[in-house]
Design a protein around this ligand. Sequence first.
Ligand code: UGY
Ligand code: MN
Length: 249
Amino acid sequence: MIETSSSRTRVARDHALLTPESHVPAPLPGWTGTKAITLIAPVMGAGFVQCLVTMEAGARSGMPLDGVERFVFVLEGEASLRVAGADHVLGVESYAFLPAGTEHALVSASGARFLLLEKRYVPLAGHSARVIVSREAEVPTVDFLGDPAARLRTLLPDEPGFDLAMNTFEFDPGATLPMVESHVMEHGLLFLAGGGVYRLGDSWYPVTAGDTIWMAPYLPQWFGALGKTPSRYIYYKDMARDPLLEARR
Ligand code: UGY
Ligand code: MN
């Protein structure tokens, strides 16, 4: 077999595993000095867009489409976020959430690589979201369903104005999700460290840092961490909107 003809990437109707050897960068409309690998998008059935973005030194962001909210999580380098008249330095593992319609600019003097997630905001009468700028390390971990070997960080506030969650999940070697989950919410996930085996529907995939996963609503899902160091992933989940809403995600 010719080595360049193989990839762990798999794209199915209700899930996808997108691995680094399949990445194809492209310019992002409205951004300068920037390339994005769009890994999850509505064309595959998802209700959101998830990209890996690389800004070269001197790059500048464009605005999302009208009505679209934005989340960024820095993986490498440094960027500066100007929002509401203040400048925030975003280093590795810093993150920011910009509600739909928030004027802002991301610039990078020396280059940066980050996760970018965008979705159309689903409003809820009487509530609104707000700008969040923070660092993962500032968020306390919670033992997932009482298991100290599976630690969850909820990066965004649990408030009705927010229609999404962005969480990080750290597993000690040998730790697992405590059950095969199946739920109305969908997920976009990026492996940050370590690896293991992910069950997606009836398929079982070896996964490792740098891998991206899309899970459609109700996709049966399970993870078991392997290796000698902890595994960690960041993931998106649509939240807190009525399942009867046509455009709930
Ligand atoms: O929040 C979640 O649904 C999470 N436990 N799912 C996952 O990690 N696949
Ligand atoms: Mn889940």
